[in-house]
Design a protein around this ligand. Structure first.
Ligand SMILES: NC(=O)c1ccc[n+]([C@@H]2O[C@H](COP(=O)([O-])OP(=O)(O)OC[C@H]3O[C@@H](n4cnc5c(N)ncnc54)[C@H](O)[C@@H]3O)[C@@H](O)[C@H]2O)c1
Length: 370
């Protein structure tokens, strides 16, 4: 394979809501990646983003895939298109970096990984929030033994859905949506980053409300059918012996649950919101006996684009990216296992695995990757 010449040129497919976060987030990593082309099923969206962010080329998806000047394609399409678009990117001989979730099933995710292997290209996936200062500081505390041996964790994303604010909330209630596939990747990727791979899941799942009434505009008053579980609770066992209680819900009005905490033999960590790059980290230890705010050991100034840049750097180093497809598939496997376990009413042993991603060094400057 020819030597990567930095910055790698990135073509973006899917110029919707989240694309701005990538245009801004990739900017500090300009030594590694530059977004040089964009495309969308809707050409007017591609044109609008190109104008807003001074992107040199606006084209169709097929033109972008054929473009010899593109090294990596950033796939920011909707979840149900992720696997198909990733496959097209890999078949075109380019590397793919995708928004979460990696796929809607392990079956389609495995096909993408097989294609990546065959084409000798990398496939990476969000959420790269785990590379931010918040989760990396928690990871360092765990690696440094601040809480002893990890015993347990809890992860809770609990709310009353998105139909009161999102302009088009139907997809949240369709198969492949729900709180787990939408938000689970942030929490589960954080747990895998901090604790390593999981080995089993036992869960229950239900849809408390069979229909949802949209109260946001422009669809105010429209009633939509709920086609996927909207309240899931389960226990995920990790290979390192820790177990996590996980609740993902669109059925709860209010609560006092922590977002994400890790408990060890000598103390506890309160982690920040895993859907952010920074946030507050608190540590309680048996020796100190009080909660203490821990200054972040890693930069919280990063944004979406870090994972993409880290993958570009990894391509140059001929190593797997931290946010690689194996880990993304493992997270899909955990999420799928919630549904399978709830249906079968029994524990599911996971078939996939992944390496715990290497921690980032403390003090890494913004815009740098190692
Ligand atoms: N919006 C957010 O706040 C947010 C945050 C984090 C992650 N995400 C994730 O980012 C992804 C995109 O979300 P969004 O909110 O930007 O969605 P969006 O609906 O605003 O944008 C998706 C864009 O992709 C285009 N598209 C869909 N299928 C395509 C295809 N096959 N080929 C080319 N273009 C296609 C659509 O035309 C649209 O412009 C999702 O996976 C979502 O989970 C979104």
């Amino acid at each position: 394979m020819k030597k990567a010449s930095f910055p790698l040129r990135v073509g973006l497919i899917g110029c919707g809501n989240i694309s701005n976060a990538y245009f801004h987030g990739a900017a500090p990593f300009a030594d590694y990646v530059r977004i040089t082309a964009c495309a969308d099923l809707d050409p007017s969206r591609a044109k609008a983003k190109a104008d807003e962010h001074q992107v040199a080329k606006v084209c169709t998806v097929s033109e972008l895939l054929k473009d010899p000047d593109i090294d990596i394609v950033l796939n920011l399409t909707v979840p149900k298109a992720h696997a198909e678009v990733n496959s097209a990117i890999l078949r075109a001989g380019k590397h793919a970096y995708c928004e979460k979730p990696f796929s809607l099933s392990t079956k389609e995710g495995r096909k993408v990984l097989a294609l990546a292997k065959k084409s000798k290209r990398q496939v990476g996936c969000a959420p790269d929030t785990v590379l931010g200062g918040g989760i990396q500081t928690c990871r360092k505390l765990i690696d440094d033994g601040a809480i002893g041996k990890p015993v347990a964790a809890t992860a809770n994303m609990v709310c009353h859905g998105h139909e009161h604010w999102h302009p088009g909330p139907q997809f949240y209630y369709e198969v492949g949506g729900g709180p787990l596939f939408d938000m689970g990747p942030y929490y589960l990727t954080s747990l895998v980053t901090m604790l390593g791979p999981a080995k089993s899941v036992i869960a229950s799942a239900k849809s408390t409300f069979k229909t949802r009434r949209i109260t946001s505009q422009p669809l105010n008053g429209k009633v939509i059918k709920v086609e996927t579980p909207t309240h899931l609770s389960g226990v995920v066992e990790f290979a390192n012996g820790a177990s996590a209680t996980v609740t993902m819900s669109f059925d709860v009005w209010q609560h006092h649950l922590p977002l994400l905490e890790v408990y060890g033999t000598k103390g506890s960590i309160r982690c920040p919101d895993p859907n952010t790059f920074g946030g507050e980290v608190e540590l309680w230890t048996e020796a100190g006996k009080e909660w203490k705010k821990i200054p972040l050991t890693h930069s919280d100034q990063t944004g979406r684009g870090f994972g993409l840049a880290e993958m570009a750097y990894s391509i140059g180093k001929h190593r797997a990216a931290r946010m690689n497809g194996d880990m993304a598939l493992h997270v899909v496997d955990i999420m799928e296992a919630f549904h399978v376990s709830a249906k079968a009413k029994k524990q599911v042993q996971l078939k996939s695995g992944c390496k715990q991603p290497k921690a980032l060094p403390a003090g890494l400057a913004l815009g740098r990757v190692v």
